[in-house]
Ligand binder design. Structure first.
Ligand code: FAD
Length: 400
């Protein structure tokens, strides 16, 4: 039996391989990753690693001995270029063919690039991989003015890492508020005010028209209102797109991500997809939780555990400017919101109610609320809006 091959050695791929062994899978497990480095954690790249408080050793996803101890073969620096679903083999960039019993796609996402003049100038960078982070870390010390295009998590975390330095940081976002697709208005507003207080220029409702350059290097950005923002470093943080090229070329169903069912199986019964590249139940998420839990779920499916449809509670975190932002559940556009705590104190949570029931909680520097929300939302305890409005209501009391 050839065993299970996992394409992509990031959070989801490693979680799947580790869980397969935990669940008792006893044939070969091969992790194929196109990056040169051993599997590493991505979140610190825009946080501790950029701040210089964590070095490369601290990024390892697992200890160096973990893979050998668990008989997991990790082949870094190997890109899968094709899948032959009839013969059940994958082809590596050097032409080698690797057979599989079942295949797990964990190819992640790639930083979205900007299609505007100047986007290819030196000094215009994005941040997705360790090699991107090394390059960014090596130049931030000498930057005098930085423009961050995109007020999403990665862009804001980089802005925060730079804010303590003697460098002018400007964040531009085409949306009317920061983190507009990810958090509610009270959290967006608080995040914007904290960044501004720390000296970051936050310019909203404005796109980028052109990136300016001289002698092949960026000198600034012109926004869609015609204003010029000086910069010797431009970080493009405009989101990520799922890496679905292999799946598409194999003829698998692809929408926003590789389409999978509740068992995380693609339209080929021997190919599964997990993590940032996968679209499960019409939803594609980009988070460590989603990657890890889907990796674990697919291992249970592949070892015959019949875990039911994947339905783990989504949660996420971000650290920036001393703010610990934590989200549990997904807020929908028409949810009713209730703020608990005082945003002015820098510690509050936003409760989102769907059809009168608690559906999601966003917390700012209230980790106990976040942990309570995760317990409540994952165990299906019903919290009504009326109950949450009673004096003395506390999430932790409900979660007990
Ligand atoms: P990835 O981690 O992207 O791994 C996919 C791997 O597959 C990559 O190594 C890729 O190179 C490889 N690959 C792709 N195609 C092939 C191929 N054909 N052959 C071989 N290998 C291939 N999430 C949080 O929850 N909290 C955070 O604070 C947070 N911070 C983040 C900060 C940054 C800077 C970034 C970039 C992401 C952050 N995320 C955070 C998101 C989180 O890192 C991702 O959701 C997570 O990495 C997804 O895991 P994955 O395994 O699906 O994809």
């Amino acid at each position: 039996m050839p065993g299970i091959v996992v394409v992509g050695a990031g959070h989801a791929g490693v979680a799947a391989a580790a869980a397969l062994r935990r669940e008792g899978y006893d044939a070969a497990i091969t992790l194929l990753g196109d990056e040169p480095d051993a599997p590493y954690q991505r979140p610190p790249l825009s946080k501790a690693f950029l701040l210089g408080t964590a070095d490369e050793d601290a990024l390892a996803l697992r200890s160096p001995g973990f893979y050998a101890d668990n008989a997991i073969t990790v082949r870094s620096g190997h890109r899968v270029t094709a899948i032959d679903p009839q013969r059940r083999t994958v082809v590596l960039d050097g032409g080698e063919q690797v057979p599989y019993t079942d295949l797990v796609l964990a190819t992640g996402a790639a930083a979205r690039s900007l299609q505007i003049p100047g986007a290819d100038l030196a000094g215009v960078v994005s941040l997705r991989s360790l090699s991107d982070a090394r390059a960014l870390r090596s130049v931030i010390g000498s930057a005098t003015a930085v423009v961050v295009i995109g007020g999403g998590f990665v862009g804001l975390e980089v802005a925060a890492a730079l804010a303590g330095r003697s460098v002018q940081v400007t964040v531009l976002d085409v949306a009317a508020r920061l983190l507009g697709r990810a958090v509610t208005v009270p959290v967006s507003d608080h995040v914007a005010s904290v960044h501004r207080d720390r000296g970051v220029r936050v310019v909203l409702g404005t796109g980028v028209a052109t990136i300016l350059g001289r002698d092949g290097r960026t000198t600034g950005v012109v926004d869609t209102a015609g204003r010029r923002h000086e910069a010797d470093l431009v970080l493009v943080g405009v989101g990520a797109t799922p890496r679905t090229g292999l799946a598409e070329a194999t003829g698998l169903a692809v929408a926003d991500g590789v389409v999978v069912d509740g068992s995380l199986r693609t339209s080929d019964r021997h190919i599964y997809a997990v993590g940032d590249c996968a679209c499960a139940g019409g939803v594609r998420l980009e988070s460590v939780q989603n990657a890890t839990d889907q990796g674990t779920h697919v291992a249970r499916v592949l070892t015959g555990r019949r875990p039911g449809d994947y339905a783990d509670l989504p949660w996420f975190w971000s650290d920036q400017q001393g703010l610990r932002l934590q989200m549990a559940g997904l807020v929908r556009r028409d949810d009713e919101l209730q703020v608990v705590g005082d945003p002015g104190s820098g510690r509050f949570s936003v409760l989102a109610f769907h059809a009168g029931r608690l559906a999601a909680v966003e917390s700012v520097n209230r980790p106990a609320d976040h942990m309570a929300a995760r317990r409540i939302l994952s165990t299906g305890v019903v919290v009504t809006r009326a109950a949450a409005q009673l004096p003395g209501f506390a999430l932790r009391d409900v979660a007990k």
